[in-house]
Design a protein around this ligand. Structure first.
Ligand code: 2AM
Ligand code: CA
Length: 265
C-alpha cells in the first residue's frame, strides 16, 4: 500500500471511530436539517474534523473538498471527503453508512477509500493497483446482462423535479432485472458494485463526495463508470451509472429514453 493510501486509511479509521462512538446512543445526537430532507449531525462534523486533521497534518499544501466544511484551497492534490455517507440511515439506526475519502490529482482520481466501520469492511483502490476489500482483491461481477442482475440506486430525496423521470427509469429496470436495492449510502453502493455484490448502480443528482472514491473503486475492480450518456463527465453532471461492462451497457440503453435537454447526461 502506498504511503498516501495508508494515510487516507488512517483518516477513514479515525472518522469511523467517531461515528461508532455515537451509533448506539443516537438519541443523544442533535440532528439539523441543511435543506429539505438533507440532515447533518455533530457526528458528521466531528468525523470530518478528524479526517482533515489527519490529512492536513501530513499534507498541509493539499486542497480539500469536504461535504460539511466545503472547499479549502491548496495545490493540485485535492482530497474529496464525505465523513458520513448515509446520515439519514445513521440517525435512524439503520446499519448502512460509510466514510468516503478520495484523492483527485489534476482532475484524475488517484486513490479511494470507502470504510464501513460497523461491518469492519475497508474498501481501497489506487489507480492502476486494483481494488481491495480488507486487503483482498475484489472484482465487479461478470454478469452478461440485466437478466438476474441486482441493481442499486438512490431515490431522489432533495430536488424532486426529476422524480417522474426517475420513476420511469426505475420501472424500466425493475422489469428487466432480478431486483433493485436502495441501501442509502451511495459511496457504499459503489463499493458493493466493485465487490460484485451489486451488478450495477445508478443515481441522479449526487455530490462529488458521494462518488469520488467509489467511482475509482469500481474502475479499479474492472468496472465502468460514466454519466448517463456513457461519457466521462459525471463529475460535472453528478448523474452516475456504474457496473460491469455488459450490465453497464444494458443499463445505459434502458436509461437513454429518459435523458434529454431537461436532464443533462
Ligand atoms: P449523505 O448522507 O452523505 O448526505 C445518495 O442518496 C446520497 O444522498 C447518500 O449517499 C446520502 O449522502 C445523500 N442523502 C442526503 N440526504 C438524503 C436522504 N434524505 N435520503 C437519502 N439520501 C440522502
Ligand atoms: Ca455525508
Amino acid at each position: 500500500m502506498s504511503a498516501m493510501l495508508n494515510i487516507a486509511v488512517r483518516a477513514a479509521r479515525a472518522a469511523g471511530r467517531v461515528t461508532m462512538r455515537y451509533f448506539d446512543r443516537i438519541d443523544t445526537v442533535k440532528v439539523v436539517s441543511k435543506s429539505r430532507n438533507d440532515f447533518v449531525t455533530d457526528v458528521d462534523r466531528a468525523a470530518e474534523i478528524a479526517i482533515i486533521q489527519e490529512l492536513r497534518g501530513k499534507f498541509p499544501d493539499h486542497a480539500i473538498l469536504a461535504e460539511e466544511s466545503g472547499s479549502h484551497g491548496g495545490n493540485e492534490f485535492e482530497w474529496i471527503i464525505d465523513p458520513l455517507d448515509g446520515t439519514t440511515n445513521y440517525v435512524h439506526g439503520f446499519p448502512q453508512w460509510s466514510v468516503s475519502i478520495g484523492l483527485r490529482v489534476r482532475g484524475r482520481m488517484e486513490l479511494g477509500v470507502v470504510y464501513d466501520p460497523l461491518h469492519e469492511e475497508l474498501f481501497t483502490a489506487e489507480r492502476g493497483g486494483g481494488a481491495k476489500l480488507n486487503d483482498r482483491r475484489i472484482r465487479v461481477s461478470s454478469r452478461r446482462g440485466l437478466e438476474g442482475a441486482l441493481i442499486g440506486t438512490g431515490i431522489p430525496f432533495r430536488e424532486q423535479h426529476h422524480l417522474d423521470r426517475y420513476l420511469g427509469m426505475l420501472k424500466a429496470l425493475i422489469q428487466d432485472t432480478a431486483g433493485i436495492r436502495r441501501p442509502g449510502s451511495a459511496a457504499l453502493d459503489f463499493a458493493y458494485v466493485a465487490a460484485g455484490r451489486l451488478d450495477g448502480f445508478w443515481e441522479l443528482g449526487l455530490s462529488p463526495w458521494d462518488f469520488a472514491a467509489g467511482a475509482l473503486l469500481v474502475a479499479e475492480a474492472g468496472g465502468t463508470v460514466t454519466d448517463l450518456s456513457g461519457g466521462d463527465r459525471f463529475f460535472d453532471t453528478c448523474n452516475v451509472v456504474a457496473g460491469g461492462l455488459k450490465v453497464h451497457r444494458a443499463m445505459l440503453e434502458r436509461l437513454r429514453p429518459f435523458v434529454d435537454a431537461d436532464l443533462p447526461a
